[in-house]
Design a protein around this ligand. Structure first.
Ligand code: SER
Length: 316
């Protein structure tokens, strides 16, 4: 079997840190090169190969791929939904340029696989919001969602035209304790755990009944690696797969926290992110992923809340 050597671009972000740690435990530390535009995240510092890399810098990316003998790339660098709305052109440039140049490198350098994340943000207000199917009306209203949907189409195109093996998941909001999220509409569901432990209160930037699809990071990482390891004949769609675990509202996550911290209180001050959340699905139908490559989530709200509070409390 051909030995894989993996490059992660954007390894300092919320997904990147945990994915780097997980991929290293599967493929061996020296076979996973982590890179980011910033200095290494504390969990990745002196823990394996690391490079400073701007995801927009094609010559530097190509040089690194050749120098390290890279065979697979995970491209995670992106501006998320809330940050993207502050500077739409910049979000489009970063999210699209980094992908398109990597797809070209994938063909040119004959990479065996590329991973590129999509998001529930591809869906918009005209999409059915309950049990949103894999194939449905897709009219995103944020620049982040537009870039993710365009990116999915480009990934499909490169597969069909050049045979490039690009795989993708439409992640729901991701909840993690090792690394912090940044610039997303679903970030409240991470902040709330930190604030519950530190201050026993939280002001949510989404209203109490704003349901959104969410997932614990352990499930997201396992799902990503399972997708990438699935035999190619199971990849029967080349658009990103819907992926689902749970859905809850700020009121419900607060109630789950109160079972552990009874004095915890929540109040609500919705801001511009409310409108983004209102355009997204409330729950996702991921039957296609479950059927094609046996996706199965493990964490629900109760189990995730116990894990988040326990792990975050250790760091206080
Ligand atoms: N968590 C992301 C965001 O809120 C969605 O992909 O932007």
């Amino acid at each position: 079997m051909k030995k894989e050597k993996i490059l992660i671009i954007g390894a300092g972000g919320q997904i990147g840190v945990e994915l780097a740690l997980a991929l290293r435990s599967v493929y061996g530390t020296d076979n996973v090169v982590a890179s980011d535009i910033k200095e290494a995240h504390p969990m990745l510092k002196d823990a394996g190969p690391y490079a400073i890399l701007n995801a927009m810098d094609a010559p530097a990316t190509l040089e690194l791929i050749r120098k390290e003998g890279i065979t697979q790339v995970y491209l995670l660098a992106a501006l998320l939904s809330a940050t993207g709305e502050k500077d739409p052109k910049r979000a489009w440039d970063i999210n699209m340029q980094s992908l398109l140049q990597l797809l070209d490198m994938g063909v040119q350098e004959k990479l065996s696989k590329i991973y590129w994340p999509s998001s529930i943000a591809v869906f918009g207000p005209t999409t059915p919001h309950h049990n949103t199917p894999q194939q449905t009306v897709i009219e995103p209203r944020t620049v982040y969602g537009i870039s993710k949907y365009a990116g999915e189409l480009w990934c499909q195109y490169y597969h069909q035209r050049w045979g490039l093996d690009v795989r993708s998941l439409r992640y729901p909001g991701l909840i993690s304790w090792k690394s912090a999220p940044g610039g997303g509409t679903t970030d409240y569901a991470v902040e709330i755990y930190h604030e519950a432990l530190k201050h026993k209160k939280y002001t949510s930037f989404l209203s109490e009944d704003s349901y959104l699809p969410m997932m614990y990071m352990d499930d997201a990482i396992r799902g990503t690696i399972e997708l990438m390891e699935a035999p190619i004949e199971q990849m029967k769609t080349r658009m990103a797969y819907n992926l689902s675990a749970m859905s809850f509202s700020p009121k419900e996550i607060a109630a789950a926290i109160q079972k552990h911290i009874p004095e915890f209180t929540i109040d609500y001050a919705p801001d511009f992110r409310q409108q983004i959340a209102d355009g997204w699905p409330k729950s996702i139908d991921d039957t296609t992923a479950r059927e094609h490559w046996n996706w199965k989530h493990e964490f629900d709200l109760e189990k995730m809340t116990a894990a988040m509070l326990e792990n975050l409390a250790k760091g206080l």
